[in-house]
Design a binder for this molecule. Structure first.
Ligand code: IVH
Length: 662
């Protein structure tokens, strides 16, 4: 294709892609399949590769571009980003209405959900997104353009001709489902979680690497035009124009005739709060006429034409009675807030997490403080901060203990790890969690082995490690308080049953640091036996696609410990399944190592990797002498050269597809 034709085709592809993006992300109503969409994007990518000077910043291929930034630049807002005055009662809304009417006569209002995310300003010039800023202090904000571009419902180019030069404001938020999933994954990797979806949204937008931002499920609702070369009569019309220009506006925005109707709708919105996939912390009531908005004007802080009605808070203040120390499965010491019981959004809360000691220090939370507690997105309650103004002088800081509160061992506290740990693997607290973890539903799934039973078994010295579970006798259990013939037999039976659980459950249940469910499956399918896994060196583990360095090291450390090897051999003696029998019929690529380089035309990399794994193969990221196959796509990198030098088997895409039977 010559350049002129390419230019034409590129324009057509971009328009089509923008249209389908809009249908998918804004209207939630796709008209083509994901596959067809990918084909369009791929065609555009390959044309832009051939003619790099035809790439423009608004091309759909440029959503996740560039290297991580060194830092953000602060830019002054062309028009200050004010905040809203808050009210908590309907009477205060009526007073607001009186003030408005006194100044500009009768008005219509528009009522909108107040999205609990983080405010942003998007600047478009000649229909192209040129800059995106955070709210910052309202006067100036950080330039986060490359991060905002990764949000697929933000148009890079405006549709139609009504809006061309415009600044749009909106709220970026972290959907609840995604928030829960993100925190679950972080917890599984034992990494930091976000306290609430608002922090998750703001924290994500502050990432310096757009690739990380792109991996988070951020979304946006836009709620106003701050300036544009087109004038509108009402807020309602402006919102409509925003929607037509390709923005995502909230479907619950509603025009009402007066304040009483607005109040009725606030009641409705508060009920809806529990059923939608994003947090809202109130309703915003805005004067509809833009001329009247102008007439009402603003104070230095708030507009006089809008007000927020805040819903019952999922926050409360209460006294922090004590800071208890919990010792977790891996020995991590976690400070836990013991609170004067307090209702928070309908639930009485008496304990809240303080995450870790760094956080405790950073937040300067002390025993005796009045603290702000928050519950959101179904996560465990958090202590948000202490109220310093309420201090009386006798509050006490909780220092990192020198000794484990359970077993008295000296605590380990390395600089690079946030965690403070008890190193004693025999610490009863750690043993308890290890057993609990081993017996949990995702691991060996042992029924009737609850926390209090585990406590009793440990206290009575019946178990000192996981293997001891299998030597328990019914007579032993019958000596424990609360056990009868039948319940004791049930426990024995379910322990016995667990001997046949899958290898991946066993690996997961061993509680190796950083090895979650996914890593456990990966390891089980790669090695088929605990013995093979145990003798694999860290370098080889690192090569396994999807396993991080930390995980590889943790596995190496685990199997490098004599005590763990003893445990494994005991488990084998007991007759626990430590191997997976795999039928080689379905695993023609068993143990074969694959490396990919260059872009594949008809497959995504994750799909291609899955095909390899399904057939028993391993995907590695670097070429070495023991690589079995190097799959070469378009524009391969240095791995291709290395593969040729080493004389490895090289496959093109078609040959690869044949090999994996696709
Ligand atoms: S209008 C002059 N509408 O709430 C301020 N704000 O405290 C006009 N927010 O900074 C803001 N949902 O980030 C408006 N539907 C909505 C909103 C909304 C969330 C945020 C926004 C603003 C803060 C005000």
């Amino acid at each position: 294709m010559n350049k002129k034709d390419a230019k034409k085709r590129i324009k057509k592809l971009r328009d089509e892609i923008n249209y389908h993006n809009y249908k998918y992300y804004v209207e939630n109503n796709p008209v083509i399949s994901d596959y067809e969409f990918d084909q369009l994007l791929k065609e555009l990518e390959s044309l832009e590769d051939k003619f790099p000077d035809l790439v423009t910043p608004d091309s759909p291929t440029q959503r996740v571009g560039g290297e991580p930034l060194e830092g953000f630049t602060t830019v002054e807002h062309k028009k200050a980003m004010l905040s809203l005055d808050n009210t908590y009662t309907y009477d205060e809304l009526r007073e607001f209405d009186e003030r408005v009417k006194k100044n500009v006569g009768d008005v219509q209002y528009v009522v909108e959900p107040k999205i609990d995310g983080t405010g942003v300003a998007l600047l478009y010039e000649n229909s192209i997104l040129v800059r995106g800023l955070t709210r910052g202090d309202g006067v100036g904000g950080d330039d986060i353009t490359s991060n905002l571009k990764t949000i697929l419902s933000i148009p890079l180019k405006l549709r139609g001709i009504t809006l061309k030069n415009v600044e749009v404001r909106g709220e970026v938020y972290f959907p609840l489902e995604g928030f829960k999933k993100y925190n679950r994954m972080q917890a599984e990797k034992r990494e930091a979680v976000f306290a609430n979806p608002r922090n998750a949204a703001a924290g994500s937008l502050r990432q310096l690497d757009p690739k990380i931002v792109a991996s988070r499920p951020l979304n946006i609702f836009v709620y106003s035009i701050s300036f544009s070369d087109k004038e509108f009569l009402t807020h309602e019309k402006a919102i409509k124009a925003l929607q037509e220009a390709g923005f995502r506006v909230n479907p619950l925005v509603k025009k009402v005739e007066n304040m009483e109707e607005a109040i009725k709708y606030c009641v409705e919105l508060e009920k809806k709060r529990e059923t939608i996939d994003y947090e809202i912390d109130g309703a915003v009531i805005k004067v509809n006429s833009l001329a009247k908005q102008k007439e009402l004007g603003e104070t230095i802080k708030h507009p006089r034409w809008a007000i927020a009605y805040k819903f019952a808070a999922k926050q409360a203040t209460t006294r922090l009675k004590d800071i208890a120390i919990q010792v977790g499965r891996t020995g991590t010491l976690t400070p836990v807030a013991i609170l004067e019981p307090v209702p928070v959004g309908g639930v009485t809360v008496s304990r809240a997490t303080l995450h870790n000691f760094d956080e405790l220090k950073r937040k300067d939370v002390k025993i005796g403080d009045v603290v702000l507690v928050e519950r959101s997105g179904d996560v465990i309650p958090q202590v948000v901060k202490s109220i310093k103004e309420k201090r009386e002088g006798n509050e006490k800081a909780r220092r990192i203990p020198k000794k484990c509160p359970i077993c008295g061992s000296k605590i380990i506290h390395t600089e690079d790890e946030v965690a403070v740990r008890c190193p004693n693997r025999m610490c009863p607290a750690r043993l308890k969690w290890r057993i609990k973890y081993y017996a949990s539903r995702d691991a060996m799934d042992i029924d009737h082995l609850g926390e209090s039973t585990i406590d009793k078994l440990i206290e009575n010295d019946f178990i000192n490690n996981i293997a001891d579970l299998y030597t328990l006798k019914k007579e032993d259990i019958l000596t424990l308080e609360g056990f009868k013939e039948k319940s004791a037999q049930n426990l024995i039976d379910s322990i016995e049953k667990s001997k046949n659980q899958s290898l991946s459950r066993l690996i997961y249940g061993l509680g190796i640091r950083h090895v979650g469910k996914y890593a456990a499956q990966l390891l089980a399918s790669q090695y088929n036996s605990i013995d093979k896994l145990a003798i694999t060196d860290i370098e080889e583990l690192r090569e396994i696609h999807g396993l991080g360095d930390k995980t590889a090291e943790a596995i190496g450390t685990f199997f490098g410990t004599e005590e763990n090897n003893e445990l494994i051999s005991k488990l084998k003696d007991i007759g626990i399944k430590t191997q997976e029998v795999i039928t080689t019929e379905n695993m023609p690529l068993k143990g074969k190592k694959f490396v990919f380089t260059g872009r594949l035309q008809s497959l995504s990399r994750p799909d291609a990797s899955d095909f390899v794994k399904q057939k028993g193969g391993i995907v590695s990221s670097s070429v070495s002498r023991d690589t079995d196959y190097v799959v070469v796509g378009e524009k391969p990198g240095s791995k291709f050269e290395k593969a040729k030098k080493l004389g490895l088997t090289i496959l093109d895409e078609e040959e690869f597809k044949k090999l994996v039977g696709k």
